[in-house]
Design a protein around this ligand. Structure first.
Ligand code: ZN
Length: 384
């Protein structure tokens, strides 16, 4: 690490010490106001335009902007919230440095990247590009992503680099998911009245068997080169009124993990077809869904990160996809070319969490380089 990285490490330590556990996961936690205000003060002290956007009471994004012309807008995004510190064996909010690693909640997921974005923006501001660079330090990624949702409502981005920890890989794809509820109806009757009663649970049983078969056969064959197969599982089931009553209702909650090209509408259609084929009838409704992400590796934003990593490390990054969902899809859905590149470490949501400090410094350098390359490429393609 160079001597300038001392400031980056100190900044990361300050960020870890500010409790930003997500209050929807940890009742009574303070939310992201304090950390967002800290980031805004830090940017202001470095001469950068920054402000807090309150998304809901106590739930805040910190936004910063460097503007050097009328060109496109590139956003660098990280989340400010963390999961609970309960269950951590050490160093929840009191960071410790050992062997080039910083330990503590949020070091890896993802205050290391928050610090990298902040330092990168200061570098970018020294020679502003012909466009706008925004830092989106958002709240609530760990629960409902209201921070990223609010940000894309307020600000247009042409491209975005999300910085969730990716161990130095360039992540260009992730899965989405659909939560669906399936309801069957039966006919309530006394437990002895076999000729009158119809069990909604037995009907659901046939549907569950059909869904499970579909998952193990059809979905295993439905694969994406970076993401592997789509999948589905029966997550929760409720039903029945009593031991001696034919069950009048049964409800099943299904989670379907989706690949690029699939949507909530296509999943609901698929569920209805499976139920039909099983000879059953049921209500199917969407409860929540999140889109998958796919960004072509030849896009300007992906090329910019690949070239920047190659310059910084001597090697091109591995191009990868991940199974879990990220805020990246929210930016992509809003029309921004979006990829993910972030630091190296371990223990996200775990008992011992750490980030490799050198990878945080590298991330800051790669982000700065990516911004420069993105605007250079945009400028040359515009001239042509
Ligand atoms: Zn995260």
């Amino acid at each position: 690490m160079s001597s300038g990285d001392g400031e980056l490490t100190a900044l990361l330590g300050d960020l870890v010490r500010i409790d930003s556990q997500n209050p929807d996961l940890v009742p009574g936690a303070p939310g992201e106001r304090a950390i967002a205000e800290f980031c805004v003060r830090w940017f202001a002290a470095h001469g950068i335009d920054a402000w807090v956007d309150e998304v809901k009471p106590g739930r805040c994004n910190a936004v910063a902007r460097v503007r050097g012309g009328d060109g496109p807008t590139l956003t660098l995004c990280a989340h400010l919230d963390t999961v609970s510190i309960d269950g951590m064996t050490a160093h929840g909010l009191e960071p410790r440095i050992e062997d080039g690693r910083m330990y503590g909640r949020g070091t890896y997921d993802m205050k290391g990247a928050v610090a990298a974005i902040m330092v990168a923006l200061v570098e970018v501001a020294k020679d502003p590009p012909a466009g706008t660079v925004l830092a989106a330090l958002v709240c609530d990624e760990e629960f409902a992503s209201i921070g990223a949702g609010d940000f894309v409502q307020r600000y247009h981005s042409d491209a975005c680099i999300v910085t969730e920890p990716g161990d130095g890989r360039l992540i260009v794809a992730h899965k989405g998911f659909v939560w669906a509820e399936i309801g069957t109806s039966g006919v309530a009757a006394h437990g002895s009245r076999w000729e009158d009663g119809v069990s909604a649970i037995a009907r659901m049983g046939r549907i569950i068997a059909a869904l499970d078969h579909f998952d193990r056969t059809v979905l295993r064959e439905h694969t994406h080169p970076l993401l592997g197969p789509a999948s589905m599982h029966c997550a929760m089931v409720t039903g029945g009124d009593g031991w001696s009553t034919y069950a009048p209702h049964c409800t099943l909650r299904v989670e379907r993990r989706t690949l690029p090209g699939e949507s909530a509408a296509s999943v609901l259609k698929e569920l209805r077809r499976i139920i039909d084929t099983a000879g059953e009838q049921a209500e199917v409704r969407e409860v929540m869904s999140r889109s998958p992400l796919e960004c072509p590796p030849e896009s300007v934003i992906a090329r910019s990160v690949i070239d920047s990593v190659t310059t910084a490390t001597g090697d091109a990054p591995e191009i990868a996809g991940v199974a879990y969902w990220m805020d990246a899809a929210i930016f992509a859905d809003a029309g921004a070319e979006t990829v993910d590149y972030g630091p190296t470490g371990a223990g996200a949501h775990g008992a011992v969490e750490w980030v490799d400090l050198e990878s945080v410094a590298r991330c800051a350098g790669v982000l700065t380089g990516s911004v420069t390359r993105y605007f250079m490429t945009k400028a040359t393609t515009q001239v042509r």
